[in-house]
Design a protein around this ligand. Sequence first.
Ligand SMILES: [Fe+2]
Length: 132
Amino acid sequence: MPRLKAIADYFGKCSFPRHHALEDAIFTELVKCLPNFRADIFDLPEDHHASKQEFINFMRAVGREDDDLAETARSFVANERGHFISEEELVFRYAEKYLTPEQWATLEHSLHIVESEECRSPASEQSADLFA
Ligand SMILES: [Fe+2]
């Protein structure tokens, strides 16, 4: 249970909202280039909403030490896996292709949102707890 608690803590501090804020900023710029991207290809804000709900379910199950925690954890992991694949294969590929250097420059400030001492390094004490 301590590992699952560490995973929930890490995602709570580093993924929501910092990580999503940067991705959403990239997505906003992408939709300026491709206005139908959200409807026709992938709806990142909706997927973030679904991911957040999966995380909340997982976090609450960990907090309660539910007997059926494994099912909730598997659902959370499966959702995250699909989310990461969609971002890597769709959002970021299209962003790399269509965003202008000026748009990337406007995103510079968003990069600082995700930079924090506790989330920057995978070798941090908190992350190390995940693999202890
Ligand atoms: Fe994301």
